[in-house]
Design a protein around this ligand. Structure first.
Ligand code: HT7
Ligand code: ZN
Length: 873
């Protein structure tokens, strides 16, 4: 199929004002009648044919203004319905289609999951329900009638509010829902089934009483309470932080066990992957609690950034996703620790988005072209999209940013918008020219900023010289400078921030790097300062500075910016690890700087009050971080060995402090997932992980004791994870025990799959293959596939990248199997290959062989074909 290009966007030739849908539910033959109030679009092409989108549809009949059309008047296929001569004024089009929800393994459109019906329409799933103008700039008001068997489907839900219900004869019943807010088809939802519910209410700032309902499988209601609390917290926060109020009488969340992504923001009826709803102290980790809160918030915040104001076309996806990620990150920062959240988000950005930007799948935050839109729900669109907004706030200041958001909501409510329209609001409120800013949206790649500094003791000046480059990415050989806000501090020998004087006047700490090179000269600098660069990670760039390890370790102890205190230790550790990985390949050893060990050790100091922050300091850069820093001719085994050696060295140096901290951080009392308690546990586990480094017997014994005595799921899973890194009896005992205890709970078995799939041990491929045959595994369930195959491909660098190529063959084989049943999940698994070009020649060759094998398969889905083609380009 032809690619879609942003430059070819044209408004629709027709508009749809009203949609009436009528579903007669049946597992294999659901009949859908769509009555559409249509009219020509004044902005479209007068006299154009009416071309509607479809996907695997079976047409039953078509009528215009009550008159059936016969075959000659139509050009119909499962993928489109063309009416050559539609009326030139307003008309009603009635289309009847028949669909098979039971056979829908792609989980797009209407499908069945555990005997419930549910829909997923973003991005192009609505066309699998009926022929439609399935594009986000066609906004209509929907009325939906659902009829189904009363026993199997006591619940019949759709968007908006229920306006009617009753019996429909022969054991069936119906409900009619009306959503007064115009929306694009991708926000349509239907759920029907027999589910349990948890109910609550929220009174909005203007006094609207909103019924809140969370639907889960019967018997799981006690696991929906945290999700319900998270909804209320999200509603309150959006009122306080952005002045945004909820706009219907009911807000519903439904948990389903088969879902291609995390959740979906359908108007008034959010559908969730059950992984991001269900939590109880017995079954959920601290991470689960935090994820649920963040994803509930994310989907709820879409009500304004996505639903009330939506995207003109799918190239503008970051308009809703980047902005909504920014909003959910702010929410979490306000509810938990802001510095820790920032560190976690930056770790995540570097691991996923920087990796994407450095490889063949790199694309701009707003792509210019796509073959398959499903493949653009990426870390670049989401996480880099959020960074660009945070950076804009840093650059124009809090007040202009908030005023810009208010203007955006006011001006564009009810519209389908572009990034230009969004950015124009901030240009207006800040008075700044944001033309160059748009490069952040249109130019792919991570800018690299080199900083060189010089202190002149005689002149009492401190010069900071910067240079920015962005390397070529696929389809973009030439790059131009972007506007980079650099928040900077100068830290004096006493650890305090020095005044910033530039050009004889006090300067704000946010400096603009808009040219290829920039020189800033600070004056009246009495003593040599240590520069603290890109405080709070003020821009999504890679930094190469001449700040020495010694100075960084000084910052680690003194910087007023917590992010840079953490970053300083990471940078010193990363420099060491890169050198150590090179040394491993040459058969040499690299001694560990005792000052680095000391800086890590400070995390375990009894005086340290912020455990969650300390745990971040104690967590070394990942193998992926090291690989990205090395950038080419990467040997994952050498990296693993270097990191392992550093952990052993830290254990050797810090053994007493680690043991003392582990003992001191023991706790009892009832479980609470709050941020402080979770931080406490995470620091204790960080100590345990180092104590068990190299398979130390005492460390493993502690882990085994914790596993057995654990009174919450975090301790149980994390101790099992520590044990799983080291081959031996303890590992097998814990894994067998876990399967025995939790074999009945699929979400807990996902943790068991993930831990085994990510263990960097030589039996990983055999183990994953064995687990694929276990009764707990189900290739039709995306959560199972992601926990086992996804975790292996993206979370086990040494075994996925085995020199014999078996890891690549395993992932490619599963992707080939899923290619026809669930292409979207198949394509996502192949994300594991995004860094293959950076590998050393043998592995690179074997990865390429696996990709070429896929490329040569017959009947490749558009999703898989697109990823394979781009990965090989
Ligand atoms: N906006 C939602 C994206 C999504 C999705 C996209 C493609 C296929 C299935 C999907 N499920 C959900 C979720 C979000 O980002 O909020
Ligand atoms: Zn989203």
């Amino acid at each position: 199929p032809r690619p879609v290009r942003l430059s070819e966007y044209r408004p629709s030739d027709f508009l749809i004002d009203e949609v009436h849908l009528d579903f007669r539910l049946d597992p294999n033959a659901t009949q859908v009648t769509a009555r559409l109030r249509m009219r020509p679009n004044p902005a479209g092409d007068a006299g154009a044919a009416l071309k509607l989108d479809g996907d695997e549809l079976k047409l039953v009949s078509v009528a215009i203004d009550g008159a059936k059309l016969d075959a000659e008047a139509l050009d119909v296929s499962p993928e489109s319905l063309v009416i050559a001569n539609p009326p030139r004024g307003a008309f009603e089009l009635e289309i009847v289609t028949e669909i098979d929800p039971e056979a829908n393994t792609r989980l797009m459109g209407l499908y069945r999951s555990n005997r419930s019906y549910c829909t997923q329409c973003e991005a192009e799933g609505f066309r699998r329900i009926t022929y439609f103008l399935d594009r986000p700039d066609v906004l209509a008001v929907y009325t939906t009638r659902i009829e189904g068997p009363a026993d199997e489907c006591p619940l019949l839900l759709s968007n908006g509010e229920m306006i009617e219900n009753g019996p429909a004869g022969e054991g069936r019943h119906y409900a009619v829902w009306r959503d007064p807010w115009p929306k694009p088809s991708y926000l349509f939802a239907l759920v029907a089934g027999d589910l349990g519910v948890v109910e609550d209410r929220f009174v909005t700032m203007s006094g609207r009483d909103v019924a809140l309902k969370v639907f889960v499988e019967h018997g799981q209601e006690h696991r929906a309470l945290h999700a319900m609390e998270s909804i209320k917290a999200s509603m309150k926060w959006d009122e306080e932080a952005f002045g945004r109020e909820y706009d219907l009488g009911v807000f519903m969340v439904v948990a389903v066990s088969h879902f291609n992504m995390g959740a979906m923001e359908n108007k008034g009826l959010n559908v969730f992957n059950d992984k991001y709803v269900l939590a109880s102290p017995e079954t959920a980790t601290d991470g689960d609690y935090a994820n649920i809160e963040a994803i509930i918030a994310h989907e709820y915040f879409h009500n304004w950034t996505g639903d009330r104001i939506t995207c003109r076309d799918w190239f503008q996806l970051c308009l809703k996703e980047g902005l909504t990620v920014f909003r959910d990150q702010e929410f979490t920062s306000d509810r938990r620790s802001r510095p820790v959240k920032r560190i976690q988000d930056v770790r995540n950005l570097r691991a996923l988005q920087f990796a994407e930007d450095a490889g063949p799948l790199a694309h701009p935050v707003r792509p210019q072209i796509y073959h398959e839109i499903n493949n653009f729900y990426t870390p670049t669109v989401y996480e880099k999209g959020a960074e660009v907004i945070r950076m804009l706030k840093t650059w124009i200041g809090e007040d202009a940013f908030r005023a810009g958001m208010d203007l955006y909501f006011d001006r564009h409510d009810g519209q389908a918008c572009t990034i230009e329209q969004f950015v124009a609001c901030f240009a207006e409120t800040s008075g700044r020219d944001l033309t160059q800013w748009m490069r952040w949206y249109d130019q792919a790649g991570t800018p690299e900023v080199t900083v060189r500094t010089a202190y002149d003791a005689d002149a009492k000046t401190f010069a900071v010289e910067t240079q920015q480059i962005t390397r070529p990415t696929p389809g973009q050989p030439e790059k131009r400078p972007v506007v980079i806000p650099m928040t900077l501090g100068l830290v004096g020998p006493d650890g305090a921030d020095m005044p910033l004087i530039v050009g004889g006047a006090p300067a704000e700490p946010v400096f603009t790097l808009a040219e290829e090179t920039t020189r800033i000269v600070f004056e009246n600098v009495a003593e040599r300062p240590v520069p603290s660069l890109f405080r709070n990670f003020s821009a999504p760039v890679k930094l190469d500075s001449d700040v020495s390890d010694e100075d960084l370790l000084f910052l680690a102890g003194h910087d007023s910016d917590p992010f840079n205190r953490w970053q300083a230790v990471q940078t010193v550790a990363l420099r060491h690890l890169v050198a150590a990985a090179a040394a491993v390949r040459e058969g040499r050893e690299t001694p560990v700087d005792p000052r680095l060990a000391e800086a890590v050790g400070r995390a375990f100091d009894p005086e340290e009050r912020d455990c969650a922050f300390a745990a971040q300091v104690a967590s070394l850069p990942s193998e992926g971080d090291i690989a990205r820093e090395i950038a080419q001719d990467v040997d994952p085994d050498a990296i693993h060995r270097a990191r392992d050696d550093l952990k052993r060295a830290l254990r050797a140096r810090l053994a007493d402090a680690l043991s003392a901290a582990y003992a001191r951080l023991a706790y009892d009392g009832p479980y609470s997932p709050d941020a402080a308690s979770a931080g406490h546990r995470s620091l204790r586990i960080a100590a345990l992980d180092l104590l068990a480094a190299g398979g130390d017997a005492e460390g493993l014994a502690l882990a085994m004791t914790l596993y057995k005595s654990a009174e919450n799921m975090t301790d149980r899973v994390m101790s099992m994870q520590v044990l799983s890194l080291h081959a031996g009896a303890e590992r097998e005992e814990a894994l067998a025990d876990f399967a025995g205890r939790y074999g009945h709970d699929p979400l807990l078995m996902d943790k068991w799959f993930l831990i085994q799939a990510s263990a960097p041990l030589p039996d990983a491929v055999d183990r994953v293959e064995g687990l694929m045959a276990s009764p707990a595994f189900d290739m039709r369930n995306p959560n199972r596939v992601r926990s086992l195959i996804g975790a292996f491909g993206s979370g086990n660098p040494t075994q996925f990248n085995r020199p014999d190529g078996r890891g690549y063959a395993l992932v490619a084989g599963v992707a080939a199997e899923l290619n026809s049943t669930n292409p979207q999940v198949a394509a996502r698994l192949l994300g594991a290959f995004r860094t293959w070009r950076a590998l050393e020649p043998n592995r690179r060759g074997r990865a390429e062989t696996a990709l070429r094998g896929l490329a040569g398969m017959p009947n490749l889905s558009p999703d898989v074909r697109d990823i394979v083609r781009r990965a090989l380009s």
